[in-house]
Design a protein around this ligand. Structure first.
Ligand code: ZN
Ligand code: ZN
Length: 237
């Protein structure tokens, strides 16, 4: 059956559309050009750091801005093919990207795996959800939960009010706009209580959204909060 499906729909590279041998996601050339996070990275946001270390290290941003979560991971940097994949998943109806992307995220976050870990996607406000028809973070969280053999709850977090576009806003403005905007649905609070949770989003820019989601999880009594994103926006080296 699998062979028949592959004959009719041979796997294609997520980036260039070329034929690939397996469901791995990317052809060899695109794989090499994709900015995967590898080696030493910030323990809070996943941004790559120079050198080697055998203890948790933090980037300048995370030293300056208090992060309310315990540890965070990113699979890719938001540039080049990394940026194209995020935009295609978010705006291009490219749901086929979610599964391989979730596999990369699960790999990036493998050291944060706990048996009772609960994955929580960052929510869209329902107006935006209707306009876009799907929440890309929920697609990622669902595929990641399957990959890691753990559970996810697509609707535990909710946006309490629509958020204006954050594009072009300064970091301080982003944090001010997002404070208190995300909450845990009252009916889901018991699910989070005294449990490790991981907040899942497609992109981390300033970290304001992840901070708002983390605060909501803490308020609901989560034991530990981790984050994992598909791509981290980072300054060019
Ligand atoms: Zn390719
Ligand atoms: Zn960092």
């Amino acid at each position: 059956m699998q062979t028949l499906v592959q004959m009719v729909y041979p796997p294609r590279c997520l980036s260039c559309g070329g034929l690939v041998d397996s469901d791995f996601g990317l052809c060899g050339a695109c794989w090499r050009d994709t900015p995967f996070v590898a080696g030493l990275a910030c323990d809070l946001c996943g941004v790559p750091l120079p050198g080697l270390s055998d203890r948790a290290e933090h980037c300048d941003d995370c030293l300056r801005i208090g992060r309310p979560w315990a540890q965070g991971r990113a699979a890719l940097l938001y540039r080049g093919i990394g940026r194209r994949l995020v935009l295609a998943l978010k705006h291009g109806d490219r749901h086929d990207i979610a599964r391989p992307a979730a596999r990369w995220m699960a790999r990036a976050a493998r050291d944060l795996h706990r048996g009772d870990l609960l994955l929580l996607p960052v929510p869209l406000h329902h107006h935006r959800h209707i306009a876009r028809r799907y929440n890309q973070s929920a697609l990622l969280a669902g595929a990641m939960a399957e990959e890691m053999g753990i559970v996810f709850c697509p609707d535990a977090l909710e946006r309490r009010q629509p958020t204006p576009s954050l594009d072009g806003r300064s970091r301080d403005e982003r944090f001010a706009v997002l404070e208190g905007v995300i909450g845990v649905r009252p009916a889901r609070r018991a699910l989070l209580a005294d449990r490790p949770v991981m907040v899942i989003d497609d992109v981390m820019t300033s970290g304001a959204t992840l901070a708002a989601a983390t605060e909501a999880c803490h308020a609901a009594g989560a034991k530990e909060v981790f984050t994992c994103v598909l791509a981290r926006v980072a300054k060019e080296p």
